[in-house]
Design a protein around this ligand. Sequence first.
Ligand code: 0PR
Length: 361
Amino acid sequence: MQRATPQEFSRVLSSMCTEPHPAARAAAEEFLATNPGDPATYETVADLEREAVSTLGEIAGHPEAAGYITSGGTEANLQAMRIARDRGMHGGAAGDPATNGRANIVAPASVHFSFQKAAAVLGLELRTAPLGDEYRADPEVMAELVDSDTVAVVGVAGSTEYGRIDPIPAITDLAREAGVLCHVDAAWGGFHLPFTDHDWQFGHADIDTLTIDPHKLGQAAVPAGGLLARSSSLLNELAIDTPYLESASQASLTGTRSGAGVASAAAAMDELWPDGYREQAERSQANADWLAAAFDERGYDVVEPELPLVAADLPESEFDALREVGWRIARTATGDLRVVCMPHVTRETLRRFVTDLDRVE
Ligand code: 0PR
C-alpha cells in the first residue's frame, strides 16, 4: 500500500490540511524559532499576528474583531467555550458552572468532536440536537435543549462531514433570547464562505466568537488556527497575568506558540486575500461539482456539495479497493465516502480517482 509522505499530497482526498502556499512555507521557516506567546520580546512576529487577526476579521466581516492565532480549530473552539463558561460564572445565566458541573453547551449533532474535548476539559455538558433537513442544524430542535444552565449556543459554517452551513441568523437569535454566547465554527469553511451568499459573518448576525483556521483552506502551514471575538473585552475573559515576562498578560491556551504558524498565516493571507482565495474557491467548487456529477452518472447516491466537499454512498468493498490502490479517503459516521476538495486536489487528481473507481466498481 502506498503512503502519503509529508510532501506527497497527490492522493490525499480526506484531509482538511493542504500544501502551504510557497510564501507561507518561506515565512514559516523564517520564524521557526520565535514565540508569539512573548510578544514584547518577539515583536516582529507579534506584529504579524496583529496583521493576521485583522485580515481574519476582514474575512469574517468584522475588521475590528479581537483574536489570536491558535494551534488549530480545537483550541479555538475550546477557548470560545471557556469564554462562555466564565461569562456565566461572572453573573450570567449559569450561576457557578465551573464548579457545579451543570452548565451546558447546545450544538447541532454535526458539531466537530473538538467540542467533546472542550466539554470534558471545561466541565461542561455537551447537548447535541438531531439535524434537520440536508444535514443542517434545526434551531427549533436546538431551542428545546436550551435551559437556564446553558452558557453557549453553537452553529457550524462548513461541517466536517458534509460541508453544510447551519442557519446562523436563527442560531444567533436563539443565543440572544437565552442571553448566552453565540459561537460559530467556521474552522474549515471560513476561507471559502466570503465567496458565497451565506449569512455566516459577524456583520450579518449577532455572533460573539468565531473559529476560522488558516491551516485549513487558508493555505498556511500547520499549526495556525484562528479564534476571533466580537470585542477585546470578550477575548480578555481568557487573559492570565504573566508577571515575569516583558508582556503583561496572555490569552492563548498554550504558552510557547509556533511563530512559524503565525508568520505563515500572515503571509498566506497577505498573498491570497481576497483574489487568490476567490480563485481557489471557484476552482475547488467546480471540482466538487464535477466529482458529484461523476458519482451521480455512475448511480451512486450523492450529497450535493454546498461547499467543496463531496459525500457519496459507496459500497465498502469499493472503498477498501480504492484505499488499497493508494487513495487516502475517509468515511462519515454513517459510512459515506467523503472527498474534501482542498487546493491540492486538482481536476487531474479527480480524473485519476474516477478512473480507479471505474476499475474497482
Ligand atoms: N472544527 C471543524 C469544523 C473541523 O472540521 C475541525 C477539524 C476542527 C474544528 C478542529 O480543527 P483542528 O484539527 O485544527 O484542531 N477537521 C478535520 C477533521 O477532524 C481535521 C483534519 C485535518 C482531519 C487533516 C484530517 C486531516 O488529515 O476531520
